[in-house]
Ligand binder design. Structure first.
Ligand SMILES: Cc1cc2nc3c(=O)[nH]c(=O)nc-3n(C[C@H](O)[C@H](O)[C@H](O)COP(=O)(O)OP(=O)(O)OC[C@H]3O[C@@H](n4cnc5c(N)ncnc54)[C@H](O)[C@@H]3O)c2cc1C
Length: 326
């Protein structure tokens, strides 16, 4: 089962999501896994893909691949699939890969399953698992033909460093005329400290219970003390209290940190679907009947204005005791 994994990268780093997908692909394919790294700096990242299990890495650094636009990536990926007969192409789901995968599905007339949270082999067939009905049930999905394309939910699989060495090859860049029509006019870069919510091991998320944007400082200080990232509910981003890029949930991002601390969040189903994959969920809420307590591992009932500063203080004190020189 030759599998191609699309390895997205930003600012000189391969993303954790697709590296996790690569690890899963290796476990399914028994070594026949290739990676595709397209865009500036691709060749320099091939060795890392090899260390994470890719037997071969296709790289392309053409100027047309500089901006994070999907169509040139569809052209190069489609050529790889047609030329080398990959029967499966896997993507870690992001804004860019959603477009690339959809474009590739159209180009190759292939089936695309998205939002997968698992992949298995059953009687020689690839079977995907995806949540349905607002994440209340999981359903098995398959493909009627090859190539099979799949977008995997963020944070589903952990990367595994196996220490391998990939063979590196140049991918052919032959672009369709229509693929170069879209131009990137501007890319805004949001300055932020600490890890992004997709990559963070710890997330502290704030909800409407904070009472106002100024109180996000409480959440930020706790996140800083824990070396984590700050997330938010839709209610607060809609109110303009915090940036949209931090929204977790059905219409926001899906995250799966080791620890998710929900502060003043009721736990609506639309929020739950974005964070229920977290390893440990701690909820701080003054309402003992808040829905979030139905799925939190640790429930703290009380006023966040009292609890959060104390928690931050305790974490900082513990850190100072453990690492006296900072
Ligand atoms: C189609 C659709 C898509 C949606 N997508 C998303 C999504 O992607 N992400 C998302 O988050 N939501 C989404 N929503 C909105 C969702 O339904 C909820 O409205 C939202 O998550 C509620 O946000 P919240 O928990 O911050 O606010 P609330 O529901 O208002 O909860 C605030 C909580 O804070 C507690 N609280 C208040 N004061 C204190 C205090 N002093 N100390 C401790 N606790 C306190 C309250 O008890 C309450 O439980 C979507 C809705 C729809 C219809």
């Amino acid at each position: 089962m030759p599998i191609l994994v699309f390895l997205e990268h930003h600012e000189g780093e391969l993303q954790k999501g697709p590296l996790g997908v690569l690890a899963k692909a290796v476990s399914l394919a028994d070594g026949e896994v290739a990676g595709a790294i397209l865009g500036p700096g691709a060749a320099g990242l091939a060795a890392e893909a090899g260390r994470h299990g890719a037997a071969k890495v296709w790289v392309a650094e053409d100027a047309a691949l500089e901006a994070p636009l999907p169509q040139p990536r569809v052209d190069v990926s489609a050529d790889l699939v047609r030329r080398y007969g990959f029967d499966t192409v896997l993507f870690g789901a992001t804004v860019l890969t959603a477009d690339v995968a959809a474009g590739l599905a159209a180009r190759l007339d292939a089936g695309l399953n998205w939002d997968l949270v698992d992949l298995t082999q059953e009687n020689g067939k690839l079977v995907g698992k995806r949540p349905a009905l607002d994440d209340t049930v999981y359903v098995d999905v398959g493909w009627k033909s090859e190539p099979r394309l799949a977008l995997i939910r963020t944070g589903t699989f952990e990367p595994v460093e196996s220490g391998g060495d990939a063979e590196v090859e140049q991918a052919k860049v032959q672009l369709e005329e229509f693929s170069t029509r879209a131009k990137m006019i501007e890319q805004a870069h949001e300055e932020s400290e600490g890890p992004s919510i997709e990559d963070a091991d710890v997330i502290v998320a704030g909800g409407r219970g904070l009472g106002g944007p100024e109180n996000f400082a409480l959440v930020e200080e706790l996140a800083k003390a824990l070396g984590g990232a700050v997330a938010a509910t839709r209610a607060v981003v809609d109110a303009g209290w915090y940036p949209y890029s931090t929204q977790v949930g059905q219409t926001g991002k899906t995250v799966a940190p080791r620890l998710y601390i929900a502060v003043g969040i009721s736990g609506a189903i639309q929020h739950k679907v974005g964070m229920q994959g977290s390893n440990v969920i701690v909820a701080i809420n003054k309402d003992p009947n808040a829905p979030i307590f139905e799925y939190a591992d640790l429930a703290v009932v009380g006023d966040l204005h009292e609890i959060v500063p104390k928690l931050t203080e305790l974490v900082n004190a513990k850190k100072a005791a453990l690492f006296p020189r900072g």
